[in-house]
Design a protein around this ligand. Structure first.
Ligand code: BES
Ligand code: ZN
Length: 499
């Protein structure tokens, strides 16, 4: 478990038994009636809810919240507007719950309850609502305060949240799933948020070894010598400019006997200065987030092990730091990747695709059924979808369909871009097999993928460009400022449904 994780429980306790600091109740727009248990609770408390609701003109609009002081036992009832009932969905549910929980935390409330029946419409299964509410609580209440020594605000934590229901179900599986996913997202965010002078290649490699030990995963970490020995000329060259030498970490989870594995490759650049094509201020800021793909991948495999999913999975993470040094690689260099393809360097800032070239062709050499890569590959992903969704590109329709399905379920938005053959012309090189950028600069996300396609053989492959979604500038709903844990929920859902 990540530090300071809130505990979420489901209980059959009626409203009258609750001694929490707050009870959270959802209302649909223009349906602010108190029925059943709520009405009883209101009557037992001198009709305080109904009289306040009349006076306050609470309408139940999406995003609207009102607090009502009740008594010493239950200090506050929080009314949360959910908008129109027929437009209500898991996304509105998730953000409403996350947003409310942040407000309660910031007013120093350490325990509260959520009335499950008030956060569902007739289309939603109770099990799914419990799962989504729990995940949203973990995500919304996440905090990274490791390096704050004075700020009191950062000492506020919610300790326990109860989801109230009259159902006899235990919801054990949903709570287990939610806590595994919540924990994985939190730890992915932690690794992305950790400053790059701490989270360097040796730190991440050590972290991966520790994770493997705790989850009973097979783990191999190749050092620089071995990377050179395996003829991974791209990872070797990109990593050469830093005192933090490159590494390649490989994790293996076996949950399906002798079946062929799925391979997951995650970009792990611990800091991206751009190299000799140095990033100017302010674009160089936050480039510690360039290990987001690796951070997500290692926690995705951890969840697979925790949930004992019936799959075989191999995670390959190339780790390096893109810096300037006498020995660093330069534009005009020609590098040879693990699969023998030669690459002319036109821009040292397009380093992600280089280290992935080696990692993808290494993964392909293990003959998996499919390869998925997660990489903060391009700033151009911002131009395509903004921070709202993640562009994906694939050589395989079935993989794409599966990921789209997982996207709907996990609530992580993705959008497919094409990989038409004409794009290949843009990365033809005069001196080598291919070059690492198109000098025209158009269609940046797709050009990145057109490059990567040269390293996956004929194996079905899907590329997830989290260049923009790896980092959030806002603290809103399930998002917190900084690392987002992008693609953890998405890929866990994808692998959970793998057949
Ligand atoms: N780490 C960046 C991608 C990135 C840039 C993510 C800005 C978020 C914001 C990657 O290594 C990079 O620098 N890509 C270049 C590629 C270009 C030189 C073709 C980019 O997107 O600017
Ligand atoms: Zn770069």
């Amino acid at each position: 478990m990540a530090k300071n994780t809130v505990s979420v429980k489901v209980t059959k306790d009626g409203l009258n038994k609750i001694k929490d600091n707050a009870i959270v109740i959802g209302f649909f727009k223009d349906k602010i009636n108190l029925s059943g248990e709520l009405k009883k609770f209101d009557n037992e408390n001198e009709n305080i809810l109904s009289s306040y609701i009349k006076d306050m003109q609470f309408k139940g609009d999406k995003g609207e919240t009102k607090n009502i002081y009740v008594n010493k036992k239950v200090k506050t009832v929080v009314l949360v507007g959910l908008g129109e009932e027929d437009k209500f969905n898991f996304e509105i549910l998730s953000n409403a719950v996350a947003e409310t929980s942040k407000k309660l935390r910031d007013s120093s409330i350490e325990t509260f309850s959520i009335l499950l029946s008030s956060f569902r419409n007739s289309k939603m299964k109770e099990e799914d609502a419990v799962e989504k509410i729990s995940i949203s609580l973990f995500l919304g209440l996440y905090k990274f305060a490791d390096y704050k020594t004075k700020d009191k605000e950062n000492k506020k934590y919610v300790k326990e949240i109860k989801i109230l229901t009259d159902s006899n179900k235990s919801f054990e599986n949903q709570l287990k799933f939610a806590s595994a996913v919540g924990d994985a997202v939190a730890k992915t965010r932690d690794l992305v948020n950790t400053p790059p002078n701490i989270a360097n290649t040796a730190y991440v490699a050590g972290y991966v070894k520790e994770l493997a030990k705790n989850s009973n995963l097979k783990c191999t970490v190749f050092d620089e010598k071995q990377i050179d020995g395996m003829k991974m000329g791209c990872l070797s060259a990109v990593g050469r400019g830093s005192v933090n030498r490159p590494k390649l970490a490989v994790l293996e989870y076996a949950g399906a006997g002798r079946e062929k594995p799925i391979a997951l490759v995650g970009k792990g650049v611990t800091f991206d200065t751009g190299g000799y094509n140095l990033k100017p201020y302010p674009y160089i800021l936050n480039m510690k987030d360039d290990l987001g793909g690796a951070a997500a991948s290692i926690h995705i495999i951890e969840v697979c092990a925790k949930l004992k999913l019936p799959i075989n999975l191999i995670v390959v993470t190339p780790l390096c730091e893109n810096m300037i040094d006498a020995d660093a690689f330069r534009p005009d260099d020609v590098l040879t990747a693990f699969n023998g393809v030669t690459v002319e360097i036109k821009n040292t800032d397009a380093e992600g695709r280089l280290i992935l070239a080696d990692a993808l062709s290494y993964a392909a050499s293990l003959k998996p059924v499919a390869i998925v890569d997660i990489a903060s590959l391009t700033g151009a992903s911002m131009v395509v979808l903004g921070p709202i969704g993640t562009p994906i590109i694939s050589t395989d329709e079935k993989l794409t369909e599966k990921l789209k399905e997982a996207s709907k379920k996990s609530l992580e938005r993705i959008w497919e871009l094409p990989l038409w053959p004409e794009y290949d012309d843009s990365i033809k090189s005069d001196v080598a097999d291919i070059k690492n950028i198109s000098e025209e600069g158009d269609a940046g996300v797709i050009i990145g993928a057109a490059f990567l396609k040269n390293f996956v053989d004929e194996i079905p492959w899907l590329h997830i460009d989290i260049g923009t979604t790896v980092w959030s500038k806002v603290d809103k709903g399930i998002l917190t400022k900084g690392g987002t844990g992008a693609s953890v929920r998405l890929m866990v859902e994808f692998l959970r449904e793998w057949k």
